[in-house]
Design a protein around this ligand. Structure first.
Ligand SMILES: C[S@@+](CC[C@H](N)C(=O)[O-])C[C@H]1O[C@@H](n2cnc3c(N)ncnc32)[C@H](O)[C@@H]1O
Length: 306
């Protein structure tokens, strides 16, 4: 049987774009893209046909309606159609453009030529069906936090590069591998990347090859922190975890077990109103919340062990 996909097209007010992305992600969409249309925004989402029935699409339409009404914006329109796999990848790829993130990164779709000049660290990506194109605020907050983290070098360290090169990170919920690749480009020595979705692990592996990441610097596996803990030779220096507040809260004790007294961590995928419960869970497990960064309704917690 041919692989068929739903293409969902949502025409909305630009201020709704972020919440729609997140709705589509929770709905199971494997790829999302958006384009500006005069004063509105057209968001597209793609998911395998077998994952949703017409009734599910009707429910999605209602959620989108409620989300808009809650914030006093006009109700978006949702259209859907079935397309085959080849159309899905070409259709989505057409709408995804290079994107600068923070001061250091440029995300370049794998099928586009590289920029001719510039001093940004280029992450080449073909996320396939995995989350992590850099388009989502939560991924951006993590990359910007990593950038800050790798720029911070205590004055007592004479050899800046030696210090950076010693950093081993755990990337929990790696998706396309964007955060592991970002950390390695910033100078981390090694990344351990895990995801419960086997397609995400596949995507991380192929994106590491695409970015010429030395195979010794990246270890990937399907699973979560328990799997990662078994792969580690010793506790990690840094943790990045962009999942969802509930999952983070559940995983905090296991993440604490793979940390050193000096370990730092970056948590995202947290809605602003959920930040207190995540911070409480972290503090209960011996973490100190150093900063909270916010973008739209999302936030990212930068924490350290003591
Ligand atoms: C929001 S995406 C983040 C992808 C990428 N790290 C980024 O920042 O763009 C979350 C990822 O976490 C994975 N995931 C969900 N629950 C998980 C768990 N308990 N342990 C590990 N990965 C999980 C999902 O499959 C998904 O790929």
């Amino acid at each position: 049987m041919a692989n068929t996909w739903w293409e969902l097209q949502i025409l909305c007010e630009p201020d709704l774009e972020e919440s729609i992305f997140w709705r589509l992600e929770s709905f199971g969409c494997r790829g999302t893209a958006s384009e500006t249309k005069e004063n509105s925004c057209l968001v597209r989402g793609y998911l395998p046909q077998f994952q949703a029935q017409l009734l599910d699409l009707a429910a999605l339409s209602l959620w989108l309606r409620q989300d808009a009404l809650c914030v006093g914006l006009s109700v978006p329109t949702l259209h859907w159609q079935i397309i085959d796999e080849e159309d899905w990848s070409t259709s989505w790829k057409q709408h995804w453009q290079p994107q600068e993130i923070g001061d250091r990164f440029l995300i370049n779709p794998a099928w586009l030529p590289l920029p001719i000049s510039g001093d940004r660290l280029v992450i080449k990506l073909d996320p396939g069906v995995a989350f992590g194109t850099g388009a989502h605020a939560t991924t951006q907050l993590c990359l910007e936090s990593l950038e800050m983290r790798f720029a911070q070098v205590p004055p007592s360290f004479a050899d800046v590069n030696a210090q950076k090169n010693d950093v081993v990170i755990a990337d929990i919920g790696c998706g396309s591998g964007i955060l592991s690749i970002g950390a390695l480009l910033l100078g981390a020595k090694k990344a351990y990347a895990v995801d419960t979705d086997p397609l995400a692990v596949q995507s991380t592996n192929s994106n590491c090859i695409l970015n010429d990441i030395n195979a010794e610097k990246i270890v990937t596996a399907q699973g979560s922190v328990d799997v990662l803990a078994k792969l580690l030779e010793k506790p990690v220096d840094g943790i990045v975890c962009n999942i969802l507040a509930d999952v983070i809260i559940e995983l905090v004790p296991q993440m604490s077990a793979i940390a050193l007294p000096t370990t730092w961590a970056i948590f995202s995928g947290i809605l602003l109103e959920q930040s207190k419960s995540v911070a409480d869970a972290l503090e209960k497990n011996g973490w100190v919340v150093a900063t909270l960064w916010r973008r739209q309704e999302w936030c990212c917690l930068n924490v350290r062990r003591s």
